[in-house]
Ligand binder design. Structure first.
Ligand SMILES: O=C(CO)COP(=O)(O)O
Length: 254
């Protein structure tokens, strides 16, 4: 089964309601070259989710940037998976490195969140990735395998999971991974899934790349056989996000 190209826009903690409407306006006017070949999801901050959902073109979907690890209740400041489902939010990003590193979310905690969100019917963009120090010490693959293992141990169905490889050193730095660097880790992750989960899951799970993706470097990355799309930060707030979505044509015409 061919893996449908997936492009996510992670808006992180950015935007006013005016700015958000402007970004959505640009997306709504954007010309998508191969609409049947790409799935597009944008992830505004929680407070803007209903607004974005109400004005966004119907072929694009929305994602939350996080959710609580279990059923809601006395957890001040948290948003539960049930609430996202209640609002008709189909996707959630979990395990982003900014939460792992700045808010000390462990592999196990992220794995628990992924399992809980899936159990409530959400689709999950699960993020993994190594720091510069880990890459330089040669432990990149060990790190992403441990992050993936903590998820794999807690779930049995990967249908609603997209795995995002986001090297921390490439996030917001302008230092994008080379196509070869991205391909190497994606192919190792796919191999890991094949050995530890199943051949089918390895074949069908989309592994997307994130970290300084732009309108100018996206096509070369998309041409790599194991790069099934992108998770875009900074450039997802700009009109060039449409060009990144259109990198799907590289796969569609391959
Ligand atoms: O963290 C990212 C997406 O989740 C990537 O961010 P940048 O595209 O700004 O590097």
């Amino acid at each position: 089964m061919a893996r449908k190209f997936f492009v996510g826009g992670n808006w992180k903690c950015n935007g006013t309601s005016e700015e958000v409407k402007k970004i959505v306006g640009t997306l709504n006017d954007g010309k998508i070259e191969s609409p049947e070949a790409v799935e597009v999801v944008v992830s505004p901050p929680f407070v803007f989710l209903p607004l974005v959902k109400s004005v966004l073109r119907p072929d694009f979907h929305v994602a939350a940037q996080n959710c609580w690890v279990k059923k809601g209740g006395a957890f001040t400041g948290e948003v539960s998976a049930e609430m996202l489902v209640n609002l008709g939010i189909p996707w959630v990003i979990l395990g982003h490195s900014e939460r792992r590193l700045l808010l000390s979310e462990s592999n196990e905690f992220v794995g628990d969140k992924v399992a809980y969100a899936l159990s409530k019917g959400l689709k999950v963009i699960a993020c993994v990735g190594e720091t510069l120090e880990q890459r330089e010490s040669g432990s990149t693959f060990e790190v992403v395998a441990a992050q993936t293992k903590a998820i794999a141990e807690r779930i049995s169905d990967w249908t609603n999971v997209v795995l995002a490889y986001e090297p921390v050193w490439a996030i917001g730095t302008g230092k994008v991974a080379t196509p070869a660097q991205a391909q190497e880790v994606h192919s190792e992750l796919r191999k890991w899934l094949q050995i530890n989960v199943s051949v089918e899951v390895a074949e069908s799970t989309r592994i997307i790349y994130g970290g300084s993706v732009t309108g100018s470097n996206c096509k070369e990355l998309a041409a790599q056989p194991d790069v099934d799309g992108f998770l875009v930060g900074g450039a997802s707030l700009k009109p060039e996000f449409v060009d990144i979505i259109n990198a799907a044509t590289v796969k569609a015409s391959a």
